[in-house]
Design a protein around this ligand. Structure first.
Ligand code: NDP
Length: 332
């Protein structure tokens, strides 16, 4: 009999997407990939919460679908990647959980172009503690640096700071010598954010207050994971010619803004998309993560949970109750 393995799979039930654990064989996997990976770990990102809890935002474009936008594991069949069986790899984005089956499965068939060799100094588990969230945080930092941001220019604001992207962004920026202002709506996370290196804490409510398009300047740059009014108010406080890396929508996808700070202060909004990024840029970002994200801080912001816990935690991340990063151990 063919060997079976576990997967969390979304199928259409009564016109809605519903996720259940199932036993599959490799023959059940879609056959449009040329590589096979034995998955060790995945993660829980905000987008995964949306997919698991009824495919909100239509993350999964077709059903059935295995959700999970990230995975790390060991190559069984390298396809045309040039890697060898037994090599350790990390895969994030590339449409996993959207147009291709994702990481919530003990075996995944994938396009071999997507396999990134695990960077030196990072374990399979740590690569998923980083995951799409950490990769996005690093892409955001790279985008700000590309615009000329340097630590001497002043404080950098991180919004949604106690979340996954926010926590990694705080830790990287602080380690690079920036004074980080961490904005959070959770008073109980202030000590946590300081332990990651935040120099000051900004109450989320302060950034939700109504205000004009140009206010007293406070930040040389920003990493915004929440969007909406908070992003607009952050823009209003950026110093001339500063930038905000815009990567999330935890507060909303709307942008109720004017162009005033952009045209009168030269403020730039830098859009960040972590899904479709060249392997060259991925390599640079992951190599930097291995060097510039202190692994002890990464471990301190990470909770490792067994596969079976995923459906419960998906609800918590959507309510903004998950702190830092959640790694899913596919074999626990
Ligand atoms: P998390 O849920 O871990 O973090 C989001 C944080 O946002 C929360 O922890 C909370 O931080 C804050 N938050 C939640 N709800 C609200 C609200 N209503 N108003 C204001 N702040 C709120 O998610 P991730 O870190 O995984 O992702 C963050 C965002 O980035 C998501 O929107 C996600 O879709 C997006 N994203 C985009 C990527 C890209 O490629 N552009 C890649 C990865 C993520 P606190 O408690 O500190 O206030």
């Amino acid at each position: 009999m063919a060997e079976t393995f576990k997967a969390l799979i979304a199928r259409e039930t009564d016109g809605k997407a519903a996720c259940e654990f199932e036993d599959l064989t490799v023959d059940d996997l879609p056959d449009d990939g040329d590589a096979l990976v034995s998955v060790a770990y995945s993660t829980l990102n905000y987008k995964d919460g949306l997919a698991i809890k009824g495919n909100q935002g239509k993350v999964m474009r077709s059903l059935p679908m295995v959700p999970g936008i990230d995975l790390s594991g060991v190559v069984e069949d390298p396809g045309s990647s040039g890697l060898n069986p037994g090599d350790e790899v990390v895969v994030t984005g590339w449409g996993l959980s959207e147009t291709a089956w994702g990481g919530y499965t003990q075996k995944a068939r994938l396009n071999s172009d997507w396999l990134l060799p695990l960077p030196a100094g990072i374990s399979l588990q740590q690569s998923m503690a980083i995951g799409t969230a950490g990769f996005t945080a690093m892409l955001s930092v790279m985008a700000l640096e590309h615009m000329g941001l340097e630590p001497s220019q002043g404080e950098v604001l991180v919004t949604g700071a106690a979340g996954g992207v926010g926590s990694v962004a705080v830790a990287i920026l602080a380690n690079l010598g920036y004074d980080v202002a961490a904005s959070t709506g959770r008073a109980e996370q202030h000590d946590y954010l300081k332990s990651l290196g935040a120099k000051s804490i900004v109450d989320r409510a302060e950034l939700e207050e109504e205000g004009g398009p140009m206010r007293r300047t406070r930040w040389a740059g920003g990493v915004d994971t929440v969007g909406s009014k908070i992003l607009v108010n952050s823009m209003a406080q950026i110093t001339p010619n500063g930038s905000i890396a815009v990567c999330g929508l935890a507060a909303g996808a709307d942008l109720p803004a004017t162009v005033i700070p952009l045209i009168l202060r030269g403020v730039s909004l830098l859009g960040i998309n972590s899904v479709y990024v060249s392997n060259e840029k991925r390599q640079v970002a992951w190599d930097r993560l291995a060097k510039e994200l202190p692994m002890d801080l990464l471990d301190s912001m990470t909770e490792v949970v067994p596969f079976a816990e995923l459906p419960r935690l998906a609800g918590e991340i959507l309510k903004g109750q998950v702190r830092g990063r959640t790694v899913v151990d596919l074999n626990a």
